[in-house]
Design a binder for this molecule. Structure first.
Ligand code: ATP
Ligand code: MG
Ligand code: MG
Ligand code: MG
Length: 439
């Protein structure tokens, strides 16, 4: 991408309304734009990061055996009347009427709809286990939308729903998602800690929130410090290995970790003081096992090997991609801007042409740009005629992992400078060496 042809509306001033660093940086870098309260457009730079976050989520959902589909944002009120949640959900639900005066709603979650899809076509235990997921917009009319996309009214959620015909099998499905979540957040460069959690309006009895420790987090959390360096399940984890996944779950729940709603002061106080962490955290994911809470009122049953009908045991599993993007920034920035983990960076490298219009600089930049593009890298080429200082500041601000600095003096020697955004280290090398390093 050539910056001269891109759309990246960087703000000079820090917007006053932004209270936390991620919100400030997302507005300053032109990643998002607020359209109305708690409703955002994702501009090209933000969209790139969001797509990379979604790709990692999707990859790990698929690895764990979940199957992707896409459900609509607008739902008929009828399904919610069947489950009894139409009246229970309250003011967070945006209720709409169509031209025939039929009550509709903008989905805050999809348990009812997925249960309807399931019951219309799955009839036998032989089709189970089944886990269906989508990545789709949700709407919740939050009483206090704030911190940009961290708590917005319209937001993206990856929501997966598991179906099994015994509780035992359903808990294995739960462990699959538990394990997939550990891997997902790790690949996003985050340390997320599964904590015993309240089930809220989704309901149910077995639930964990995945929490990132951050001073700006809205949750109050308590945990053992062992979670900070516990090892993550490997990519070749066998998701069909019931005992293996139970061992992952047991390991990751063996020490104390709970949100304030579930906090047990006695159990927490029993740990040595040096092991205790009492902190604030950001909820980035939440998983639930809720048994037959929806299958019962909605009649979702399968025929078992015994020839009898069994209500299906369900779970649901949410991750908030549009909250994860600011959460990653909260965890990874400095006074100059964002420091993206390589896995979600909007570009792998930015080439800074220090003298756009100079034949030698242009040629060197074009050569690197073409070679890295051919190697499948996402590269931003700053080919504008801005001042050098402004270009450096922009590159630091948008937080791309590598900067290739092409100035006339170095280029005359066939060289460029390579700067690592995170460490600040700079190294002069030949153009070919720079290409080899980044390709
Ligand atoms: P919170 O406690 O922050 O209100 P929640 O418990 O209501 O979240 P869940 O129903 O558990 O949210 O939804 C699953 C995930 O969706 C959350 O873990 C979070 O990552 C994301 N999410 C929920 N509400 C919002 C929101 N208003 N803005 C952005 N992401 C959200
Ligand atoms: Mg909520
Ligand atoms: Mg919550
Ligand atoms: Mg939750």
């Amino acid at each position: 991408m050539r910056l001269s042809r891109y759309f990246m509306p960087i703000l000079k001033e820090t917007p006053k309304e932004a209270e936390i660093v991620s919100h400030r940086l997302m507005l300053r870098t032109g990643m998002v734009r607020q359209q109305s309260q708690g409703i955002y457009s994702w501009l090209p730079l933000g969209k790139r990061v969001l797509d990379k976050v979604n790709a990692i989520i999707r990859d790990e959902q698929n690895r764990a055996g979940a199957v992707e589909l896409l459900m609509p944002t607008l739902q008929s009120a009828e399904l919610w009347q069947e489950s009894g949640r139409y009246d229970d959900y309250g003011k967070e639900m945006l209720r709409i009427k169509d031209r025939q005066d039929r009550p509709m709603l903008y989905g805050p979650t999809n348990e009812e709809m997925i249960t309807d899809i399931f019951r219309s076509s799955v009839k036998s235990y032989k089709s189970l286990p089944l886990n269906l997921y989508h990545i789709q917009l949700k709407f919740r009319d939050e009483i206090r939308p704030r911190f940009g996309t961290m708590r917005s009214r319209e937001f993206l959620m990856k929501d997966a729903y598991s179906f099994d015909w015994t509780k035992e099998a359903a808990l294995h499905s739960y462990n699959k998602m538990f394990t997939a979540y550990l891997r997902t957040f790790d690949r996003l460069g985050l340390r997320a800690i599964p904590m015993r959690a309240d089930t809220g309006p989704i309901g149910g009895n077995h639930s964990h929130e995945f929490i990132i420790l951050a001073d700006t987090g809205e949750s109050e959390v308590f945990c053992h410090k062992s979670f900070l360096d516990r090892s993550i399940p490997a990519a070749d984890t066998d998701f069909d290995d019931v005992a293996g996944l139970q061992a992952v779950f047991d390991d990751w729940t063996s020490d104390y970790a709970a949100t304030s709603e579930m906090h047990d002061e006695a159990a927490y106080g029993a740990m040595p003081e040096a092991d205790r962490i009492s902190a604030r955290g950001i909820e980035v994911g939440h998983i639930f096992y809720f048994g037959t809470k929806y299958s019962e009122p909605m009649g979702a049953k399968v025929q078992g090997p015994d020839g009898k009908e069994h209500l299906v045991h369900m779970g649901s599993y949410g991750i908030g991609p549009t909250r994860l993007v600011p959460a990653i920034i909260e965890a990874s920035h400095d006074e100059n801007g964002i420091i993206w983990p390589a896995s979600v960076a909007p570009f792998d490298a930015v080439i800074i042409n220090m003298k756009a219009g100079d034949a030698a600089c242009d040629a060197a930049c074009d050569k690197i740009y073409a070679a890295l593009g051919k190697a499948g890298k996402d590269v931003l080429l700053d080919d504008t005629d801005d001042r050098a200082g402004a270009k450096f500041a922009m590159a630091d601000l948008i937080g791309v992992p590598w900067q290739v600095i092409a100035g006339p003096r170095a280029v005359a020697n066939g060289e460029v400078e390579l700067k690592n955004r995170k460490t600040g280290e700079r190294e002069t090398m030949t153009i070919d060496a720079a290409i080899n390093r980044l390709a």
